[in-house]
Write a protein that binds this ligand. Structure first.
Ligand SMILES: Cc1ncc(C[n+]2csc(CCOP(=O)(O)OP(=O)(O)O)c2C)c(N)n1
Length: 422
């Protein structure tokens, strides 16, 4: 009795539930976000001890300044051809995304996810890797496929789940998979790519191979246990892996504070695991390239994993099923103070005298035509609406060399039921 009374006199406990700074109808205000000057972050040697460089997990590696000039020690000093190629690939991703988004609205597929504003992360990161390195992407890194010249038609057929779908209608649209291009199957279960990337990297090291792995996770998915298990393994065994966190600040309608963004940076997760953490401007293609190359050099020298937070903003909805105006102010993506990655790289190239507005407009037209032509070809093989993958018997293939008797029985039953419904 007395103990009950005593307890009642104590202050009531309460939880803190993080809330974003602005909701629909509020003024967009990003002024509270600290943005260090481009070129200010030091670039340590790749052999630096993680505890000696922990400030890099709290700052922001930036190369391109407000005028589009490359400044500071992280400037990767790329030649103009490489810069133009990265710009082209980023533009291609945006044109492709717009086209496929429209195709979804026309009912040609069920679902699509754009990567608007995040093109530099996949494209520039891939250009900083070897073609043979293995990537474990999420559904927002289609730029890896573009940067590795995967055929657009195959991408589209996967989105349409049509007769040409390389995955035979088994995956959600946008969940590509292609071993030949070093692109691990995308999973709907968030977080899985991290343990798989670390496992693959450990396997590569055990075999004495020289290929490294790159895992991707969103800010929201870092709250999954998979993230923590994977980083522990990677750190302990010094796995040759780059662990990218794409912090676009939203997990569908849940803001990054719910995954811990109010407490510290995502890159700072690395500190507790004793591995290097870099926080990088994800809208700066040169910074993305330089950080990836630094982490790749470390991994290749058996110095272990690096955790990289790419700080960015998800400009559009989470997917075609999402309406961001229900949970954040309209136009928030456009107001993002670190700008648009394509525009910034374009300005840089123009500043170098290696590009101009006319060439940019012409390239946009060319890419548009290329995407339209590929779409026409892909649609000859059907769309989800007109002629979806219909060989349901094929879902029993590709697991065992010979289909075992019990699966053969199920297949025959499924086919018989389908026949009976005709
Ligand atoms: C294990 C699991 N939990 C929840 C979901 C549903 N879901 C799909 S995407 C998503 C948001 C992910 O946000 P984030 O990791 O920040 O990546 P982003 O979409 O912003 O790129 C959620 C909750 C899921 N697919 N898997």
């Amino acid at each position: 009795m007395n103990r009950d009374k005593e307890r009642r006199n104590r202050p009531a406990l309460a939880l803190h539930v993080p809330e974003p700074d602005a909701r629909p109808g509020d003024e967009i205000d990003f002024s509270h976000i600290p943005i260090p000057a481009a070129g200010a972050a030091p670039r340590p040697d790749v052999s630096a001890r993680p505890d000696a460089i922990r400030d890099l997990a709290y700052g922001l590696v930036r190369v391109l300044d407000e005028e589009g000039r490359a400044v500071g020690p992280w400037d990767p000093r790329l030649d103009a051809d490489t810069l133009r190629r990265m710009l082209r690939d980023m533009m291609m991703v945006r044109v492709y995304d717009d086209r496929m988004y429209r195709a979804q609205r026309q009912g040609k597929t069920s679902f699509y996810m754009k990567s608007t504003g995040e093109e530099a992360i996949a494209v520039a990161g891939t250009h900083a890797l070897d073609r043979e390195d293995m990537t474990f992407p999420t559904y927002r890194q289609q730029g890896i496929l573009v940067a590795r010249d995967y055929p657009l038609i195959d991408m589209m057929c996967q989105v349409y789940s049509n007769r040409g779908d390389p995955l035979k209608g088994r995956q959600l649209p946008i969940m590509y998979s292609t071993k030949e291009y070093g692109f691990f199957s995308i999973s709907g279960n968030l977080g899985t790519q991290y343990p798989q990337a670390v496992g693959w990297a450990m396997g590569s090291a055990i075999k004495g191979d020289s290929r490294i792995a790159v895992g991707y996770i969103g800010d929201g998915a870092t709250a999954e246990g998979d993230f923590h298990n994977a980083v522990t393994f990677a750190g302990v065994y010094r796995a040759p892996v780059i662990l990218n966190i794409v912090n676009n600040q939203w997990a569908i309608s849940t803001f990054s504070g719910i995954a811990g963004a109010e407490l510290t940076t995502f890159a700072a997760r690395a500190v507790g695991y004793g591995i290097p953490g870099l926080r990088v401007d994800g809208n700066d293609a040169l910074a993305v390239y330089a950080a990836t190359r630094w982490a790749a050099d470390r991994a290749r020298s058996n110095l272990g994993p690096t955790l990289i937070e790419f700080f960015t903003y998800r400009v559009e909805g989470h997917s075609t099923s999402d309406d961001p105006s229900a949970y954040r102010p309209q136009g928030a993506g456009k107001a993002w103070p670190l700008g648009d990655p394509i525009e910034r790289l374009k300005q840089h190239l123009i500043g170098l005298g290696e590009w101009d507005e006319e060439r940019h407009a012409a390239q946009h037209e060319e890419l548009n035509a290329e995407v339209r032509a590929a779409q026409k070809e892909a649609e000859k093989l059907g769309t989800l609406q007109s002629d979806p993958w219909s060989d349901i018997g094929s879902m029993f293939e590709d697991v065992y060399e010979d289909v075992p008797w019990h699966l053969a029985e199920q297949r025959d039953q499924a086919l018989a039921e389908k026949e009976a419904k005709r």
